[in-house]
Design a protein around this ligand. Structure first.
Ligand SMILES: [Zn+2]
Ligand SMILES: [Zn+2]
Length: 264
């Protein structure tokens, strides 16, 4: 497990920049920038709490997370697409429901549990950075699942790690805790398939540094961001901006391994 070096501010800035580049994704990236800002506030709240570190037991840490989860809910209520905004409004008034959402996501993360995923990403990340481990949940240890929390990959990226390597090493970024781990360069990030004839790639000139990495064995795909082509790209954010590639993948019968926080 390693940690992408970028700060919340770098991610927010990148989302704002990309929002100006395309009318098609302006709205979702503007929303994503606001959402990242609220996640940053959750993160800062957790880190600045005197004498407190996450225990790794969500049930135990819940009272602390509860205190800051409304930042995310209020942001979505004000800036999210109407169905999500309505849901946020409901959650802000229904005491106890958010606890249930978080606990159920903790046991079995799902990309359709938007609020729990958004609230728990900063918590999980801080748990990883502060040397903790998830305690009260089990997960399988598989090469193509996050070694820290068992989460699915949100995006993959290529980056040159050693001076001797020219084409770059591949990492996967966890959708649940946003840490990353190195993975085989030519293999499906969902089922591990590594026969080249079963793996397909798609990219368009519109996004020179991003491609679809699809598998014909399991029919799942993930987006790959090539940092050897565009060093200042931010995988989690650039992946969102390349929404047009998701349309191509769906039209060709592939399912995304994990939907991102704007539901694409
Ligand atoms: Zn993880
Ligand atoms: Zn596969």
């Amino acid at each position: 497990m390693t940690l992408l070096p970028e700060s919340w501010d770098t991610r927010i800035q990148r989302a704002k920049e990309l929002a100006h580049e395309s009318d098609a994704t302006k709205e979702i990236l503007t929303f994503y920038a606001k959402l990242l800002q609220s996640q940053k506030e959750v993160d800062e709240f957790l880190r600045s709490r005197p004498g407190w570190l996450p225990s790794g037991s969500l049930a135990e840490d819940l009272p602390v997370i509860r205190e800051c989860s409304s930042v995310v809910l209020r942001t979505v209520e004000r800036n999210g697409p109407p169905p999500l905004a309505d849901e946020a409004r409901g959650l802000l008034t229904a005491a106890g429901t958010v606890d249930q959402l978080l606990l159920s996501y903790w046991q079995s993360p799902s990309d359709t549990q938007f609020f729990a995923k958004a609230i728990l990403q900063p918590y999980m990340r801080w748990l990883a950075e502060s040397g903790g481990h998830p305690l009260d949940r089990g997960f399988e240890s598989i090469e193509w699942r996050c070694p820290f929390c068992g989460g699915l990959p949100q995006v993959s990226f290529l980056k040159i790690k050693e001076a001797t390597s020219e084409s770059g090493n591949r990492d996967l970024v966890c959708a649940t805790c946003t840490t990353n781990w190195s993975f085989r360069r030519v293999a499906c990030a969902y089922c591990g398939e590594d026969r080249p004839t079963k793996l397909g790639y798609f990219h368009t000139p519109a996004y020179d540094h991003i491609r679809i990495e699809a598998c014909d064995s399991c029919k799942y795909y993930v987006k790959g961001v090539d940092l050897t082509r565009l060093g200042f790209a931010i995988p989690l954010v650039d992946e969102v901006a390349a929404a047009a590639l998701d349309i191509w993948a769906h039209e060709h019968g592939y399912t995304k391994i994990e939907l991102n926080l704007v539901g694409l």
